[in-house]
Ligand binder design. Structure first.
Ligand SMILES: Cc1cc2nc3c(=O)[nH]c(=O)nc-3n(C[C@H](O)[C@H](O)[C@H](O)COP(=O)(O)OP(=O)(O)OC[C@H]3O[C@@H](n4cnc5c(N)ncnc54)[C@H](O)[C@@H]3O)c2cc1C
Length: 457
């Protein structure tokens, strides 16, 4: 089972994993002299503002990912990049610490996935452009055919080739009364449907044993503050909050030009929890005097991948991105980039059978899933940080000391930086966070804090 000239590929979903899967497949095929036909199905219009045009995320990408993409010819024009973030400020109930990366290439940038927040359409023309649209245009530039249609059903023909049925256009439905229409028969089907919506059910219904990954709901809002005020209050820093607010795991404020993106993660986050976090003194001091959460902010509650998928491949079918393996709580775009590339390489060099995907694609998924298990362990320690004041204070003390020494290797600071930016694998973060020097500094800081507490009594 192989792709040869004239083979037809359907990519379902045009978010980062869909656009990049199509891009890498066409690019590698061209390099090996194979002419593929790639149909990419994506109904979302990335020119629209607000949730309808947006694939709902924090919109942070690392400098190292931008460099990797540039090496593949995927350059990001200036109008995509809203802010360059060169530091983190970690806010806790016991104070704050600013964290700068050791090297410039560890900086991060913020982007809008769609055309921007709801209401921004009043600024015409918009001073920025959509990240997802850019990736889609790059795939189209290599020959992918974009169909602005929702896929309604999948099945296989008598020879086992996947068939794609789409939602008919209004005029087609009015004329024929059909609710779905057979669009085509394909040699390979790549599912990049994410986790927000019913896309994964299409693949579950194909009955090859696929189960989507476990997911949590997040709460995201784009808050307008004006570029000057954003710069004055947040600077070029991302602000992370590890507070003892019931329901929240962590919250973040990211500067994006005129806007600030507010992200909230937790077990059951909703507007109530968001309001409680916004009313905490640590968040309030970053907002203008008297600022209140708008009555109807541009907000969404997207799903975030927190577990491994089951069986994300079969003969002629493979799933990529959030609906398969991604990175826990961070760098989902980087994960989509990496897995789209491995998937394309597997399809073109090993073939498109289940066996080929098991040997070429699955090991990369498993490696990411194994690393995420360490990530879960690391995030379970955030409870220690949020609830044990002594540990929290000691950690802030060590971070401040590291940041004040110009030649310090800053192991704890860089472990925290990478935890929130996704610039490194969890296993590397773990090694740095558990380094004997870090452990010793933390214990010494806790002893010093205990002594100063006892002296005061
Ligand atoms: C709160 C939050 C914050 C995040 N922050 C970041 C961050 O700062 N940086 C980062 O790198 N990652 C972040 N992520 C993760 C990132 O958003 C995802 O990893 C990334 O979007 C995955 O891309 P994808 O293409 O797999 O899925 P998506 O981006 O979800 O794209 C799926 C696409 O499939 C289309 N689709 C679905 N069903 C159908 C169908 N039936 N027919 C046709 N098309 C269909 C959808 O319209 C959509 O465009 C965050 C996620 C969340 C939830």
């Amino acid at each position: 089972m192989e792709l040869t000239s004239g083979s037809r590929v359907a990519v379902i979903g045009g978010g980062p994993s869909g656009a990049l899967s199509a891009y890498f497949l066409l690019d590698l095929a061209r390099q090996t002299g194979i002419a593929l036909e790639v149909d990419l199905f994506e109904p979302r219009n990335f020119n629209l503002t607000g949730p309808p045009g947006c694939n709902m995320c924090g919109g942070v990408i690392s400098e190292s990912l931008m460099q990797k993409m540039a090496a593949e010819g995927i350059t990001l024009p200036r109008e995509l990049l809203l802010d360059t973030i060169d530091s983190y400020v970690l806010h806790t109930d016991s104070g704050a610490a600013s964290i700068r990366p050791l090297h410039d290439e560890m900086r991060i940038a913020s982007i809008f996935r769609g055309a921007g927040p709801l209401g921004a359409e009043s600024q015409s023309p918009l001073p920025w452009s959509s990240f997802d649209r850019h990736l889609l245009e790059m795939a189209k530039g290599l020959g992918a055919r974009h169909h602005a249609r929702r896929v309604r059903r999948l099945d296989r023909d008598g020879e086992g080739r996947p068939r794609v049925y789409v939602q008919p256009l209004k005029e087609e439905a009015a004329e024929s009364g059909e609710t779905e229409r057979l669009f085509g028969v394909y040699d390979l089907l790549i599912g990049c449907v994410g986790l927000n919506g019913a896309g994964v059910r299409l693949f579950e219904a194909l009955d090859f044993g696929y189960r989507p990954p476990k997911s949590d709901r997040a709460w995201v809002a784009e808050l307008y503050m004006g570029a000057e005020e954003v710069r004055r209050r947040l600077g070029h820093a991302m602000h992370i909050f590890l507070l003892d607010v019931p329901g929240m795991k962590f919250a973040a404020l990211t500067p994006k030009g005129h806007y600030v993106t507010f992200i909230l993660l937790g077990d059951d986050v909703n507007e109530e929890v968001a309001k409680r976090v916004c009313h905490s003194p640590q968040v309030r001091e970053l907002f203008p005097e008297g600022w209140e959460m708008p009555v109807r902010p541009c907000h969404c509650q997207p799903r975030i991948n927190i577990g491994p998928p089951v069986n994300p491949f079969a003969d002629r079918v493979v799933l990529v991105g959030d609906c398969a393996s991604s990175r826990l709580y961070k760098d989902g775009i980087g994960a989509a980039y990496r897995m789209a590339k491995v998937c394309a390489l597997t399809a073109l060099t090993r073939g498109i059978s289940a066996e080929a995907f098991r040997e070429g694609y699955w090991p990369a998924c498993q490696e990411m899933d194994r690393d995420n298990r360490l990530g879960h362990l690391l995030f379970s320690m955030d409870g220690l940080m949020r609830h044990v004041t002594l540990f929290r204070r000691a950690m802030l003390m060590v971070v401040r000391e590291e940041q004040s020494r110009p030649h310090d290797p800053r192991r704890l600071s860089s472990a925290l930086w990478d935890t929130f930016t996704g610039s490194a694998a969890y296993r590397h973060i773990f090694r740095r966070a558990l380094h004997p020097v870090v452990m010793w500094r933390l214990i010494a800081a806790m002893i010093r804090l205990l002594f100063s507490f006892l002296r005061k009594r």
